[in-house]
Design a protein around this ligand. Structure first.
Ligand code: PLP
Length: 280
């Protein structure tokens, strides 16, 4: 998660309790112990208070907070560990992507399959993504847009972001199906959009539908959401020989959500959903 600075100069945590819930959901899937929410949140508050001076003041920058758990048994074997170390790392970060992103819809490699560990925030998911991401970069893309593992057709998500499309005026995002990470920024974006009167449809989205919508002019916006990237407009999706090109300068919905989340983080707009916690 990220911490910004409140107007009073104190650390501001963004939805820490949601991160605690997801950490424990991931831990359950990996046979790791759960961290009691209060223990996690209290430790987090104390750490962020100590590290408050590391919160960068620049717009779009923040203190990135990475809770991490790993096995520490002194043995080798395919079994769960009896002992674990739980740590929280903090590091100041600037904006993740400062340009619109170019995505490659990968037709060969996959990230996750229903029944697997795609919904867990576990390191193996990221390890498995390194080679396809490197290949995509060699072809001029920034990230992979993952398609489902069985049909290679349904869009899942991107590197470290969930993905949204605006098709013919309607905001659409792939429904979480067990193989997609349930992004906290995704949930915020849905809630903010609904609050502003936009209907958000969570449903399966195929790459063919996107190609068609691009060809008939109804694909208006594509953007990713995530803690690191906040909201990142997409300027290109490459799929086989097709290039879906977008003009992020014409986007209205993505900048609106980005602006709202950034302003929430700097307390320039009212926190009406109580997403922020000031550490005093
Ligand atoms: C694979 C993946 N998908 C989506 C996200 C976005 O999730 P969140 O909005 O909770 O940061 C992340 C980042 O945490 C991620 O690693």
């Amino acid at each position: 998660m990220k911490a910004s600075k409140s107007k009073a100069g104190n650390p501001l945590l963004f939805r820490p309790e949601q991160h605690s819930v997801r950490l424990n959901e991931s831990a359950r899937r990996m046979c790791m112990p759960e961290i009691p929410a209060e223990l996690f949140l209290d430790g987090l508050r104390k750490l962020v208070a100590i590290d408050a001076a590391w919160i960068p003041p620049q717009e779009g920058s923040a203190l990135y907070i990475r809770p991490l758990m790993y096995a520490t048994d002194e043995s080798i074997g395919v079994r769960q560990s009896d002992t674990y170390k739980f740590i929280i790392m903090c590091l100041p970060v600037g904006p993740y992507y400062n340009q619109p992103v170019k995505l490659k819809a990968d037709e060969h490699y996959v990230r996750a399959v229903v029944g697997g560990v795609g919904e867990a925030k576990t390191a193996g998911n990221y390890a498995a993504s390194l080679l396809p991401a490197r290949n995509a970069r060699a072809e001029g893309y920034d990230q992979v847009m993952w398609l489902d593992a069985i049909h290679h057709k349904f869009v899942q998500e991107v590197g470290t972001m969930n993905i949204f499309f605006v098709i013919d005026g309607e905001v659409v995002t792939p429904a979480t199906d067990g193989a997609i990470l349930k992004g906290i920024t995704r949930a915020c974006a849905i809630q903010l959009l609904e609050d502003k009167g936009h209907k958000v449809v969570e449903r399966p989205v195929t790459i063919d539908e996107l190609v068609l919508a691009s060809q008939n002019g109804t694909l208006q916006e594509v953007f990713g959401t995530g803690t690191a990237a906040v909201v990142s407009p997409v300027s290109l999706i490459g799929y086989k020989d097709t290039r879906i090109e977008l003009d992020p300068d014409s986007f209205t919905i993505a900048p609106m959500i980005k602006d709202t989340i950034n302003k929430l983080r700097t307390q320039e707009v009212e926190d009406k959903f109580h997403w922020l916690e000031e550490v005093i």
